[in-house]
Each structure stands twice: as C-alpha cells, then as structure tokens.
Design a binder for this molecule. Structure first.
Ligand SMILES: Nc1ncnc2c1ncn2[C@@H]1O[C@H](COP(=O)(O)OP(=O)(O)O)[C@@H](O)[C@H]1O
Ligand SMILES: [Mg+2]
Length: 365
C-alpha cells in the first residue's frame, strides 16, 4: 500500500501542526523526526534533537530493568505503552503516557519507532488530590477522636485545679505550682480547639455573604498584625458571587494565611489578597463543575519547597524552629475551608512566593 503524494502532503501538514507530541527514531533509537509540539514540550529544537539518541530524554527516574523490558517488547515488534518520566532540555521533568510503535518494512524488519505522547498531567493531578484528601480525611478522624477525649480530660483537670488552688495560700509553692498547671492546661485547651476545628467538630452557623465582606473587616487587623514593612494590596471583585460560610471561622482561616505569609517574608514584603469568580470552565480538575467565589492570598516570600507542599496541611507539620510554629495553622485553615464546603490549594507563584487559593461554591439566588 502506498500513499498518494497529495495525502503525503496532508499527513505532513497535520503531523507538523497537531498539538500531539510525536517523534520518530530509526531502529537504533536515533531521532530522525520531531514535530513542533515535541520542540515546545521538551525545549529541544529540531536541529538539536535530530541525530541524537532518544535517551537524551531519559530522566534517570526509571531503572535499567524498566528500559530493558521496554526495548525487549519493541525489538520483538510489539508496541509499548507506559508511564514515562522524561527530562526536558532545561533539566525539569514531565510525565507522559507514552506509546511507542515499531514501524515495519516489507520483510517485517523494524525500520522506525514512532513515539506518541498522551498528556496525563490532569489525571496525575486528580490522583494526587484524591490521595491528599484521603490522607487528610484519616488524619481528621484520628485528630477528632483524640482531641475530643482529651478535651474532656482537660475540662476535668482544669476544674479540679481551680478548686485545689482556691484552697491553697497565695505565695506558697503549692499555689505557684497549681497556677502553673492551670496555665499549661488552658494553653493545651487552645491547641485542642484548633485540632477540633481541623477535625470538623465545631458548631457552625453559616450565612450567605460575599467573601469581600469578611476580607474588608480584616483590613485593620492585617495592618496591626503584619507590621510596617509588609504592605497589603487588595483586588476585590465587585461582582463576586455569594457563598454560604461561617464568616468568623473564615476570618480565622484568612488570618492564619496572613500570619504564615508574614513569617515566610520574615517581616518585610508584600501580601496580595484577591477575590474573583471562577468556573464553570477552567477549574482545577478535582472541583465539581460549577461557579465559585475564589479568595487568593499571595506573598513575596521564598515560596514553598517541593517536599513541604504535600505535607503542609497536616496537623503538627511545621518547618519552623521549636517554640515558633505549632504546625496547626494550615490544618485549621484546611478544616475551616472543607467544613464550609470549600477547597484549598497551595502553590508557588511563577513570580516566586506562595499562593493559597480557596474556592467556595456560589449560592446562586
Ligand atoms: N506563605 C508560606 N510560604 C512558605 N511556606 C509556608 C507558607 N505558609 C506555610 N508554609 C509552610 O507550611 C508549614 C505549616 O504551616 P502552619 O500549619 O501554619 O504551621 P506553622 O506556621 O506553625 O509552621 C510552615 O511551617 C511552612 O513551612
Ligand atoms: Mg502558621
């Protein structure tokens, strides 16, 4: 079977213009064709890629056995499909669902390999978010059980200590110790309260509001909290859709984000508070389709290290020195947001600095 010259031209044009990344190697794996989508994805220009072995894309994240199995299938004339982590010219990696098909000559000998890429960034994001929410769910259950029981015990300890210290003479060692026990117990109650928020064991009376209202109420507090060297810029959408939330809890969450921004910026920098509408198109893949009011809190700090990102919402996870951080700020935020049927994402802004994005479903009147 042969293709007519017209069809050849059509094929060439289609392959050149498709957004599907595609390249062809000879039987030894030397690259003999790449399309423009390949150039865009990998950062290698056609001139740079041609004549080189496909192993320039190797990320080093797969074992020798992995590649051996792939080549065994290909040399046997079978096509191969799998998830491949590849490396771009700039050293960053990307994940492909890659299909490689041998192209055979008339005698059945392998002439070329055609590598086609299916972009699975979205699927991977979904998998990661699902794993993340399951982890937070189980932590919530654990934290809820412990903090509930512990809270009850603390109530007994505090009640009893109050009675005991009434009987003790002020100024005595016993009285001092009793006061100290009371102080520590009350501090523990505060910690437990935050854990209870994370574990969704809080009473809430949600109301229908625009997120702009609680944000505006926080302005004065921010000025005091953040210090003179942190500026705060606001960009609040006039047409923001209403949401149903518990405003006091929400304010607590935004405060926690602001405190973290301050800490990250080490006392000087800029915080940006934005609200806008999002959806139904262009939402993060894990969000149910719909319209959302979004709050974004960004800072000009150093951003979030890659290994911190997946763990930062866990209760007691902190990178701050002992005595500085409790690791309960973001778990409280997470609890409040999810309790109010919202979703929260942490990311690094392309300009540097961390960005926290919170979505609440719109209440459409
Ligand atoms: N704005 C931010 N920029 C960079 N890292 C952050 C930011 N906010 C939080 N983090 C990271 O997340 C961790 C957990 O935050 P959090 O739960 O509030 O606990 P804590 O502030 O007590 O450490 C912090 O220790 C820090 O490593
Ligand atoms: Mg904090």
């Amino acid at each position: 079977m042969s293709i007519s010259p017209e069809n050849c031209a059509i094929l060439a044009e289609a392959i050149e213009q498709t957004c599907q990344t595609l390249f062809i190697t000879d039987a030894r794996g030397t690259i003999i064709y790449v399309n423009p989508a390949f150039e865009r994805l990998t950062g290698y220009s056609r001139e740079e890629a041609l004549g080189r072995n496909a192993s320039i894309l190797k990320s080093g994240e797969h074992s020798a056995d992995f590649y051996a199995a792939m080549w065994a299938a290909l040399r046997a004339g079978k096509s191969w499909r799998g998830r491949l982590v590849n490396r771009r010219k700039d050293g960053s990696t990307y994940t492909d669902d890659q299909r490689i098909c041998p192209v055979k000559g008339e005698n059945g000998e392998i002439k070329y390999f055609l590598a086609l890429r299916h972009d699975i960034t979205r699927e991977i994001q979904l998998e990661e978010q699902l794993a993340q929410s399951q982890k937070m769910e189980s932590m919530g259950l654990l934290a809820g059980q412990i903090s509930h029981d512990f809270n009850n015990l603390l109530t007994i300890i505090i009640g009893s200590m109050e009675l005991i210290s009434e009987d003790l003479k002020p100024g005595t060692v016993g009285h001092k110790l009793a006061t100290e026990i009371l102080r520590s117990s009350k501090e523990s109650t505060n910690l437990i309260k935050q854990l209870l928020i994370f574990a969704r064991k809080q009473d809430a009376t949600p109301v229908v509001v625009s997120l702009n209202e609680p944000v505006k109420e926080l302005k004065v507090l921010f000025d005091n909290l953040l210090g003179r060297n942190v500026s705060v810029a606001y960009s609040l959408a006039d047409d923001l859709v209403k949401v149903k939330i518990e405003p006091e809890h929400f304010k607590q969450a935004v405060m926690n984000l602001a405190i973290n921004a301050r800490d990250a910026m080490n006392g000087s920098g800029a915080m940006l508070v934005r609200t806008y509408n999002a959806g139904p198109e262009g939402l993060p893949p894990s969000l149910p389709r719909g319209v959302y009011a979004v709050l974004e809190v960004g800072d000009t700090g150093p951003g979030i290290p890659k290994d911190v990102l997946p763990r930062m919402f866990e209760p007691f996870f902190t990178t701050k020195p002992k005595g500085k951080g409790t690791g309960l700020g973001l778990s409280t935020v997470y609890g409040i947001v999810t309790q109010n049927k919202g979703h929260i994402f942490a990311a690094n802004s392309p300009r540097g600095g961390a960005v926290f994005t919170v979505y609440f479903p719109a209440i459409l009147a």
